[in-house]
Ligand binder design. Structure first.
Ligand SMILES: *Cc1c(COP(=O)(O)O)cnc(C)c1O
Length: 413
């Protein structure tokens, strides 16, 4: 059981690169993707994935995302127990929406409370193996906390650059993990420019979204887990897209599963959910564009979705289109209402980003885009516990009504 990584390849121009160097983007500016010897990976992973023959093998593997070792980068894993999060059948919410096979993949249970842990566990593992000393990141919040935690465990120095209005829990956790925290007046795109400038002068290794090849590898394990947990892929995946790493990563995982002979060419319909105050992917999707325009004056309480011009926009749009998926925008008020409903009906305290997928599922069911019998997976990408500013505002605007129309399980309403 070892990594079968063979090289890196540009997602735009296909130029190959060695994986034995610290590297960011291709010369052409395109993000680099990790390539594996999938034939070798299949020898140990495919029998393991098969529901009949897999059990004895399965129990020998770690109960983290590193159980898919063949399809992750080499190096001694820097791990805090990320991945293998629960896939919960949410019956009460499903009854309300008219979806009998509605699931939530609860990524809020990852170390540091978001799925950013997966990507940064993979990125820090590889960066340490290749000799990086300082890792730096521009972040809307959760990625900074996750990088700071993994850098602490790896013994690397860490610099986190975030907008001044980032949720306070994200600032506190980064400080607690010992990172240098820089707060700028501006958006994540401004923080990204700052990190890029300083990185060259101060010998920081940038682990900016998609500017580094392995965060996507960590996040793709969500797609491998769906396959392991359901025994097949769902019909629809509804995902709150900021930079789009999770969506692109899962799409890559499905290609790898197909190449290993685990699945057919059929794919789940991929849905990107964005905030009405920052919806460049929705706009590009509706206009038929292949990439996004910069979204001016981006604003939303869902800090993870405040990405005005994602670097991987063209990869996200390609995955959405070729899967016959769609892109949906929801308002902040809808996210907050959906979060309260999800908490009261199912006991899941989601981030506003995760709650956005509940609001989107509701719209798509009403429009007839989802049908009642389909297996639909919503991604709660982060825990609600870090967003106290947003909840304070929501509860102020939503005075005590009965808790989300709660009815006992199975009462038929
Ligand atoms: C970062 C983040 C997102 C967006 O993730 P991408 O994969 O970059 O699109 C969504 N939700 C939460 C909670 C986040 O922290």
């Amino acid at each position: 059981m070892q990594s079968t990584l063979t090289h890196l390849e540009c997602s735009r121009c296909r130029r190959p690169y060695s994986h034995e160097q610290l590297i960011n983007l291709c010369f052409c500016g395109g993000p680099l993707l990790a390539r594996y010897d999938l034939h070798a990976a299949a020898r140990t992973l495919t029998p393991w994935f098969r529901p009949d023959g897999g059990e004895p093998l399965r129990s020998l593997r770690p109960t983290t995302m590193w159980r898919y070792r063949e399809l992750l980068p080499p190096g001694e894993p820097v791990s805090l127990g990320e991945g293998l999060t629960p896939l919960l059948h949410v019956r009460r919410l499903g009854d309300r929406l008219g979806l009998s096979k509605l699931f939530i993949k609860d990524e809020g249970l990852n170390p540091t409370g978001s799925f950013k842990a997966r990507g940064l566990s993979a990125a820090v593992t590889r960066a340490r193996a290749l000799g990086a000393e300082t890792v730096a990141i521009p972040t809307a919040g959760n990625a900074g906390g996750a990088l700071a935690a993994y850098a602490a465990q790896a013994g690397l120095r860490c610099v986190v650059v975030m907008p001044a209005d980032t949720p306070s829990a994200n600032v506190l956790e980064c400080r607690a993990f010992g990172a240098e925290v820089i707060q700028l007046d501006g958006l994540i795109s401004d923080c990204g420019r700052y990190v890029a400038e300083q990185a060259r002068r101060r010998n920081w290794f940038e682990v900016t979204t998609l500017k580094e090849p392995y965060r996507i590898e960590g996040k793709k394990t969500m797609g491998l887990e769906l396959f392991e947990q359901l025994g097949r892929l769902p019909d629809v995946i509804i995902y709150p897209a900021g930079g789009g790493v999770g969506l692109i990563g899962m799409w890559k995982a499905f290609d790898e599963l197909e190449a290993m002979g685990c699945i057919s060419p059929d794919r789940p319909r991929m849905v990107a959910v964005q905030a009405a105050g920052c919806a460049p992917v929705v706009e590009a999707f509706e206009k038929g564009g292949e990439s996004c325009e910069f979204w001016e004056h981006a604003h939303t309480i869902a800090s993870g979705l405040r990405v005005p011009k994602p670097l991987g926009d063209f990869l996200m749009l390609a995955a959405i289109r070729s899967s016959s998926g769609t892109a949906v925008a929801v308002s902040d008020a809808e996210m907050l209402r959906a979060a309260c409903e999800l908490a009261a009906r199912e006991g899941i305290f989601a981030s506003p980003e995760g709650a956005a997928t509940v609001a989107a599922a509701c719209h798509l069911k009403e429009q007839g885009w989802l049908n009642a019998q389909e297996t639909v997976v919503l991604f709660n990408t982060g825990s609600g516990y870090k967003y106290s500013e947003a909840w304070t505002q929501a509860l102020r605007e939503q005075p005590a009504e009965s808790p989300a129309g709660r009815t006992p399980q199975g009462s038929g309403t």
